[in-house]
Design a protein around this ligand. Structure first.
Ligand code: AMP
Ligand code: MG
Length: 341
C-alpha cells in the first residue's frame, strides 16, 4: 500500500505473547496477513497455508525465491493429513514420538492447497511446532500456517523477537508487522526435514533429530550431503550467512589469519584456551562444547560476530564425523559458503 507520509509508517513491532496479541495475530492471518511468531527451532514468518496472497506476501517480504518451498505448521496429525497425501503408519510412528517438535515430514500436497505453499512442488512439508505461543496462534487461527524463518532470504535465522526486528525494520513491506515475543528459541536451528515420499525416506536437511534417533522407529533412513541437495532447494543456496566474509578454519589457518596485521577477525570457537591466541583487535566468541548447546547459541553468535563489522569471521568447526554435530556443521558450512551471493 502506498504511504502518504513517514508518520503513517509504524514498522515491525514486538508484542508480548498474551491472549490479546495472539488474537490480533490470528485475526491478521484470517485477513490474509503475515505475522512473525516464535517456534522452538527459530522464529517464523507465517501466513495462511490456504491463502495464495498471504503466501505471496511471505515470499515478497523475505525476498525468497519462488521455488523454495515453505513448511506448513499444524497443530496435530489430523490437520497434517488434511493438507497432505500419503500419510502412512511410519508417519504416525514418527509424529507420535516427536510431534510436537523439530521434525518436518515431506508428503504429497493435497489438491486444494495452493501451489505457493510448496514453491510449486507436488509435495508439501508439514511440522507441528512445540512452542506454546506457536500452538496458541495455530489454535486461535484454526488452520495451517506456512512459515519459513523470519529473516531476509539467505541471511542468519532469527532466534529471538529482536532478531526479526533487526532484519525487517526499515523495510516498507514490513510496515505494521507483528512479532510475537516468545523468548529465545529452545532448539536454535531449523527442523530436521525428512522426505517420506521416498523409499527409504531421506533426510533433506539435518536437524537436532538425527537419522540415528529416527531409524529405530521406521527402519533405514538415507542422509543427504551438503553437495547434493537439489531435492530441497533452500538447502542448496548460500544460507544462514552473515554479511561479513566467513571462513571455516583449522588451527594453522586460524593462527595465520590472526597474525596478518591488516585485518580484524572475530573468532567463533568451542575449543578452550583460545583467549591467549585471540587478542585485541580481534574478538573471541566462545561456544558451548556440546552440539545441542552450540545449536542454541549458533545464530546469535553469527549475528554478534557480524555486528562487530570486522574484516573476517573465522569459525573453528567442531565435531568431525560425529552425527550429533551434523546439523551444526551443515549450518556452519552454509554460513561460510560463497557459492551464491
Ligand atoms: P525454512 O526456510 O526454514 O522454512 O525451511 C524450508 C526448507 O524446507 C526449504 O528450503 C526446503 O529445504 C525444505 N522443504 C520444505 N518443503 C519442502 C518440499 N516440499 N520438498 C523438499 N524440501 C522441502
Ligand atoms: Mg530459513
Amino acid at each position: 500500500m502506498q504511504k502518504t507520509s513517514i508518520e503513517t509508517m509504524t514498522g515491525p513491532r514486538i508484542l508480548p505473547a498474551d491472549d490479546a496479541s495472539i488474537a490480533e495475530a490470528a485475526s491478521k492471518l484470517s485477513k490474509g496477513g503475515v505475522v512473525a511468531f516464535p517456534t522452538e527451532t527459530v522464529y517464523g514468518l507465517g501466513g495462511s497455508s490456504m491463502d495464495p496472497e498471504a503466501l505471496d506476501s511471505i515470499y515478497r517480504l523475505k525476498g525468497r525465491r519462488q521455488d523454495n518451498p515453505l513448511i506448513a505448521h499444524v497443530l496435530d496429525i489430523e490437520s497434517a493429513c488434511s493438507i497432505t497425501t500419503g500419510w502412512d503408519d511410519r508417519c504416525t510412528l514418527l509424529a507420535e514420538a516427536w510431534w510436537p517438535g523439530p521434525l518436518t515430514l515431506v508428503l504429497g500436497r493435497a489438491s486444494d492447497v495452493p501451489d505457493q505453499a510448496s514453491g510449486g512442488r507436488p509435495t508439501l512439508a508439514v511440522r507441528s511446532p512445540e512452542h506454546p505461543v506457536a500452538r496458541a496462534l495455530l489454535k486461535a487461527f484454526g488452520g495451517p500456517v506456512s512459515a519459513p524463518s523470519a529473516n531476509r532470504s539467505g541471511a542468519v535465522s532469527p532466534t529471538c523477537a529482536q532478531h526479526v526486528i533487526d532484519d525487517f525494520s526499515g523495510n516498507p513491506d514490513a510496515d505494521g508487522l507483528i512479532v510475537l515475543d516468545g523468548n529465545r528459541s529452545r532448539v536454535g536451528i531449523e527442523s530436521t526435514v525428512l522426505d517420506m515420499t521416498l523409499d527409504p525416506p531421506r533426510i533433506l536437511r539435518p536437524g537436532v533429530l538425527t537419522a540415528e534417533v529416527l531409524q529405530p522407529l521406521i527402519g533405514q533412513i538415507e542422509t543427504t550431503t551438503i553437495r547434493e541437495q537439489d531435492a530441497s532447494p533452500g538447502t542448496t543456496d548460500k544460507h544462514y550467512s552473515p554479511q561479513t566474509p566467513c571462513m571455516l578454519v583449522e588451527e594453522p589457518e586460524l593462527v595465520e589469519h590472526l597474525s596478518g596485521n591488516n585485518q580484524r577477525c572475530v573468532v567463533i570457537t568451542s575449543i578452550s584456551g583460545r583467549s591467549s591466541l585471540v587478542q585485541p583487535p580481534h574478538e573471541l566468541i566462545v561456544m558451548p562444547i556440546d552440539p545441542v548447546g552450540y545449536a542454541v547459541e549458533l545464530y546469535e553468535a553469527l549475528r554478534r560476530a557480524d555486528a562487530e563489522r570486522a574484516d573476517l569471521i573465522l569459525i573453528e568447526i567442531a565435531g568431525e564425523n560425529d552425527p550429533n554435530w551434523l546439523a551444526v556443521r551443515d549450518r556452519l558450512m552454509r554460513a561460510a559458503s560463497d557459492r551464491i551471493s
